[in-house]
Design a protein around this ligand. Structure first.
Ligand code: G6P
Length: 612
């Protein structure tokens, strides 16, 4: 949802900004731009479309200066045209602003500013910031920071913003409320960024800003204050993500690289969470809230997008292993819902980024209601982690592909660990069963590798179906969420219509649309409902639909009823979504590649949705 970057130091800023924007581009790619200051000269360059277009212009006109700000946009207010691209400037073109978020009262502010003579060039909400700062400076603010503090008092809504002014060429100001922002501290240089991967090649020392904090950097003097101007103490954290983790490392796309990272990620989670000597699970994150968990009778899971699908599997796994009553909610609905929770209930928020606005607000609401808050998150120091009583990091490393893959299976795996752990804690799982479950979990990395071994077969299958414009994804039980996730992947990256149903629902409507031009991906591994699934498959074939089945190795009979089969190794049903996810990801990936889609940057999407 837009990425922002700011730099003040001694190096050429335009290169640093472009490199950082490359790592932020997953947040939006409707347009990109930067502004730099060289002495008292302000330079501005903005281009519509991906960063490549901006880079092409800068190749012939490199920008000077060692202070600057940059932006990559996911359009909210105003179409993706150059005039709406950031940075935005004031009337005198001496103040430049980049902004991520939404200024909710911008229309009112804009009208007021226009009536006092300000001329606006864009349709964005963000431009009001530049004019407000200009207005305060015109009306007596002593310097840029004073004008920014006054501006922040006027604006309502979410923002991560950075501002600079040509009359104060050694000063960079940034502020945060509701949108992520970090400060990177280097040797004689300071960075402002929407997230850590943007700046890890330059520094690993970061300060995670809180809401209503303002950063003023003058040369290399850094001050962080609250919105009233009172300086605050801050902690410097060290980010341990590998720089290579944010590179493609020879893969054509981040998505494919991230699909291939899954066995290794699960292996590292195992190393951290399992005591291999006695097959015990170590979940310190839950120990912190153990006494409350022991009293809890209910767990609510809330999340958006792919994380919600992981949450659906989590709900089933929790009920299966713990006997606790579990519910799963979509955050954007849950935040407005009148919900009833038993006292002491636990809420689990699942989020890759830790910044999804709906998930964050829903978490705050649950907190107000007195629930224990536990989060499953990938990004260390993100907003949701700081709002939660306890955090379980999935440690999947930076996920750059907009369509989530490795974070999904890491979330699933962590949810299984949590469910089994709570099952033991609640005395619902006996030691022997626990040992067997843990043993089975330790096999997952090798089984995932085996699934990745049939990649070429999946690529051929993708070639065969790439021209289809309608897909159904069908599954039952714990693989209904897998079907939803498979369909979502196809929609996200290949722009193909795909609907997912619990297979038993077909006869209540969806079967009406089956025809020879519809492809149904039927998830039919060994399970308690395998026979029912087989009947559903036959019902589709009887209506001449095409069927691609995902089945368990050794299942010879399914081949007689379907057009194509992708086999996964045998695994007990409850854990099967961990393996099913991989062929679904690869199928969507290869179909998207075959259709010539931009896999890592699908249109209209952003990785981190920090607006409502
Ligand atoms: C966006 C992303 C999805 C992601 C969802 C939730 O829609 O494109 O990949 O699943 O947000 O994000 P979160 O960071 O909360 O998991």
């Amino acid at each position: 949802m837009c990425g922002i970057i700011g730099y003040i130091g001694k190096r050429n800023v335009s290169r640093i900004i472009i490199e950082s924007l490359e790592r932020l581009e997953y947040r939006g790619y409707d347009s990109a731009g930067l502004a730099t200051l060289d002495g008292n000269d302000l330079y501005l360059c903005r281009e519509v479309g991906s960063l490549e277009n901006l880079k092409a212009v800068l190749k012939d006109y490199p920008m000077k200066g060692s202070l600057g700000i940059g932006h990559t946009r996911w359009a909210t207010h105003g179409e993706p045209v150059r005039v709406n691209a950031h940075p935005h400037v004031d009337c005198s073109e001496s103040i430049a602003v980049v902004h991520n978020g939404i200024i909710e009262n911008y229309l009112e502010l804009k009208e007021k500013l226009q009536s006092s003579g300000h001329i606006f060039k864009s349709e964005t909400d963000s431009e009001v910031i530049a004019h407000l700062v200009e207005d305060y400076l015109k009306n007596g603010a002593a310097n840029l920071e004073q004008a920014v503090f006054c501006t922040l008092m006027d604006i309502q809504g979410a923002y991560a913003l950075a501002v600079m002014r040509k009359q104060e060429p050694r000063k960079l100001i940034a502020a945060r409320n509701g949108s992520p922002l970090i400060v990177g501290i280097g040797e004689g240089e300071t960075f402002i960024a929407s997230d850590a991967p943007a700046i890890i090649p330059y520094t690993r020392k970061v300060v995670f800003l809180d809401d209503y904090q303002v950063v003023v950097v003058e040369d290399d003097i850094l001050t962080i204050s609250n919105i009233n101007g009172t300086p605050v103490n801050y902690n410097i954290s060290t980010v341990d993500w590998d720089v290579n983790a944010a590179q493609k490392n020879g893969y054509p796309h981040f998505m494919l690289k991230e699909i291939h990272e899954q066995p290794q990620i699960v292996k590292s989670i195992l190393a951290e969470k399992i005591d291999f000597r006695n097959l015990d699970l170590k979940v310190e994150e839950l120990l912190k809230i153990k006494s409350r968990i022991l009293q809890a009778h209910q767990v609510i899971i809330q999340a958006c997008g792919t994380s919600f699908h992981a949450g659906m599997v989590g709900e089933l796994a929790l009920e299966y292993f713990t006997n606790l009553h579990a519910d799963v909610e979509i955050s954007s609905e849950f935040r407005y819902k009148h919900f009833i929770a038993e006292p002491g209930s636990l809420i689990i928020s699942i989020t890759q980024s830790g910044e999804t606005a709906d998930t964050l607000v829903a978490l705050k609401k649950a907190k107000q209601k007195g629930l224990s808050t536990f989060s499953l998150c990938n990004v260390v120091g993100s907003s949701i982690t700081r709002e939660s009583d306890s955090v379980f990091y999935i440690h999947a490393g930076p996920e750059i592909g907009v369509a989530s893959t490795k974070a999904y299976t890491a979330q699933l795996f962590c949810l299984y660990i949590i469910a089994v752990y709570l099952g033991v804690l609640k005395k619902n799982i006996k030691p022997e069963l626990k040992n067997n479950l843990v043993k089975e979990l330790t096999l997952i990395p090798a089984l995932m590798k085996k699934v990745l071994g049939v990649e070429q077969q999946i690529a051929h299958c993708a070639d065969k179906y790439a021209a289809f414009d309608d897909f159904y994804y069908l599954g039952r039980g714990v693989n209904y969420p897998s079907a939803l996730e498979g369909a979502l992947k196809l929609k996200e990256i290949a722009y193909i219509h795909a609907s997912a149903y619990p297979a038993g629902e077909m006869k209540h409507g969806p079967i009406a649309l089956v025809n020879p031009n519809l492809a149904a991906v039927c998830i039919a591994p060994r399970s308690a409902t395998y026979d029912k699934m087989l009947s559903n498959i036959q019902e589709i074939k009887a209506r001449k639909g095409k069927v691609i089945a995902i089945a368990t190795e050794g299942d010879e009979q399914i081949g007689r009823f379907v057009d194509d089969v992708i086999y996964i190794p045998d695994i007990q049903e409850i854990f099967s979504p961990l393996l099913v996810a991989l062929p679904l990801q690869l199928l969507a990936y290869y179909i998207a590649v075959k259709r010539g889609c931009n896999v890592d940057k699908p249109k209209n999407l952003a990785k981190s949705v920090t607006v409502e």
